[in-house]
Design a protein around this ligand. Structure first.
Ligand code: ATP
Ligand code: MG
Length: 223
């Protein structure tokens, strides 16, 4: 079953002096529960495509549809800003290369944030859920600390716990191990794969790493 369908998508950026098409005629699909590696040289548009899939950016050509189990097909590319924010909060988990944890919130509060934004569970329930996610990723001992006191590998595990807290149908990861050393990167990837499998989420992961790409069900190569 197709979860996300990208059809003939184009995206251009206007930097004042010139208009440049970064993506042109991109067509691809993500099946529910599948793992997809997004590959290609630096600057080819991997991050841009992830941002389009999340509804953070909107395409300048083509369309992107998300098959919502509750509401049928959702046309991300035609939706307004408010609808896209709501869609993203509920359906998407995003993992960034540099973690993007909220520095003023504790680790547990960071992981509970998607539940908070979706109005899910009471305070005790949110904390319980956050602690369970953190335990699965082996960072329960960090729960009451602030992100800046954690190692890079620990921060990325917390970021994975946060991205999965609300059981999103689609997890988008933008070079999530690009900032970690080899050993840590391997461990984080193992945990990410286990976490999406347990949650039944689909995963699209932008990566330069051939070993990560080889683990995915399918590879999308951007020229
Ligand atoms: N907001 C923007 N305004 C203008 N140009 C942009 C903008 N965002 C991205 N670009 C350009 O679009 C191209 C694709 O960028 P993108 O970040 O998607 O590449 P990428 O494949 O993720 O690269 P990397 O592997 O280095 O992360 C680049 O040439 C970049 O300079
Ligand atoms: Mg990128």
């Amino acid at each position: 079953m197709t979860l996300l369908s990208v059809q003939e998508v184009g995206k251009r950026f206007d930097d004042g002096a010139a208009v440049r098409w970064v993506l042109q005629d991109v067509t691809c699909a993500v099946a529910a529960g599948a793992t997809v590696a997004l590959c290609g040289p630096s600057g080819c548009g991997k991050s841009t495509l992830l941002n389009l899939m999340a509804g953070i950016l909107v395409p300048d050509a083509g369309s992107i549809h998300f098959r919502d189990p509750d509401r049928g097909s959702f046309n991300i590319s035609a939706a307004g800003e408010r609808q896209r924010v709501r869609f993203r909060r509920r359906r998407i988990g995003f993992i960034f290369q540099f973690f993007n944890l909220v520095p003023t919130l504790t680790v547990a509060e960071n992981v509970a944030l998607p539940l908070e934004l979706n109005g899910l569970l009471n305070a005790a329930g949110k904390r319980e859920q956050a602690l369970a996610r953190l335990a699965e990723l082996g960072v329960a001992h960090c729960s009451d600390r602030f992100p800046n006191t954690l190692s890079g590998g620990e921060q990325q595990r917390v970021a994975i716990a946060r991205a999965l807290a609300h059981a999103p149908a689609l997890v988008l990861a933008d070079e999530p191990t690009g900032n970690l050393d080899g050993d840590n990167a391997g461990r984080v990837v193992d945990l990410l794969w286990a976490a999406v499998r347990d949650a039944g989420s689909a995963l699209v992961i932008a990566t330069h790493n051939e070993r990560i790409a080889a683990r995915a069900d399918t590879v999308i190569e951007l020229a």
